[in-house]
Design a protein around this ligand. Structure first.
Ligand SMILES: CC(C)(COP(=O)(O)OP(=O)(O)OC[C@H]1O[C@@H](n2cnc3c(N)ncnc32)[C@H](O)[C@@H]1OP(=O)(O)O)[C@@H](O)C(=O)NCCC(=O)NCCS
Length: 159
C-alpha cells in the first residue's frame, strides 16, 4: 500500500494517536500524563520553523511519527536541533518505516539549512548507526545509559 508523510500541523486529527504513541514509549516514564503529552504535540503557530512533527501514513492509517525540535536533552542545551520522538506503531514495526521517517527528517533539516542533526537514545543505537549516525557521547540520565548521536547532513547530500 502507498505510504506518504504528512505534517501534524496539517492533520490535527492525528494528535491523539501521536500523543498516545509518544506517551507510551517516552513520556509516561518522565511522569507526564497523557493529557500533558497531548498538549505537547498540539501544533501552535510559531515564528520559527521548529518544532515540527510528521506522521507516516499507509493509506489512511497512521503508522509512525518523528519530530524535529530545537532542544531535547537538558544535559546538552548547547546542541541543536534534535531528531526526537521516533515511534512506529507496534503493529507496523519491522517493515522499514523508521528508516523512512529518519531519512525524511534528515532531508527536512537539510532543506532548512541544518548541517548537523542530533539525537539521543537508550534503545535504538544500532538502528541509527545503520543510517550513518555516529555516537558522540555516552551519558547517564535518570538511571539510564544514553548515547548522544549526530549526523553531518552535508556529508549525506548525495542520498
Ligand atoms: C525503534 C523503532 C522506531 C523501529 O521501528 P521499525 O519501523 O520497526 O524499524 P525498521 O523496520 O525501519 O528497522 C530498520 C533497521 O533497524 C533495525 N532496528 C529496528 N529497531 C532497532 C533497535 N531498537 N535497535 C537496533 N536496531 C533496530 C532493524 O532490524 C532494521 O535493520 P535491517 O534494515 O538491517 O533489517 C520502533 O521499534 C519503535 O517505535 N520503538 C519504540 C520507540 C523507540 O524506541 N524509538 C527510538 C528510540 S529514540
Amino acid at each position: 500500500m502507498d505510504t506518504r508523510i504528512v505534517a501534524l500541523r496539517d492533520r490535527k486529527d492525528l494528535v491523539p494517536t501521536v500523543a498516545k504513541w509518544a506517551h507510551e514509549e517516552f513520556w509516561s516514564y518522565a511522569g507526564r500524563t497523557l493529557e500533558q503529552t497531548q498538549v505537547l504535540f498540539t501544533p501552535v503557530p510559531r515564528q520559527t520553523w521548529l518544532p515540527r512533527t510528521f506522521v507516516l501514513m499507509q493509506g489512511e492509517r497512521p503508522v509512525g511519527t518523528v519530530s524535529i525540535v530545537e532542544h531535547d536533552l537538558d544535559l546538552r542545551p548547547d546542541l541543536a536541533p534534535w531528531l526526537a520522538s521516533l515511534v512506529v506503531d507496534r503493529a507496523a514495526r519491522g517493515r522499514g518505516h523508521s528508516r523512512t521517517l529518519v531519512k525524511f527528517i534528515e532531508d527536512f533539516a537539510r532543506d532548512n539549512g541544518v548541517d548537523r542533526l542530533w539525537l539521543f537514545t537508550w534503545s535504538a543505537e544500532g538502528l541509527y548507526a545503520k543510517l550513518g549516525w555516529r555516537a558522540a557521547e555516552r551519558l547517564g540520565r535518570n538511571g539510564r545509559d544514553i548515547v548522544v548521536m549526530n549526523k553531518d547532513l552535508a556529508d549525506d547530500a548525495q542520498h
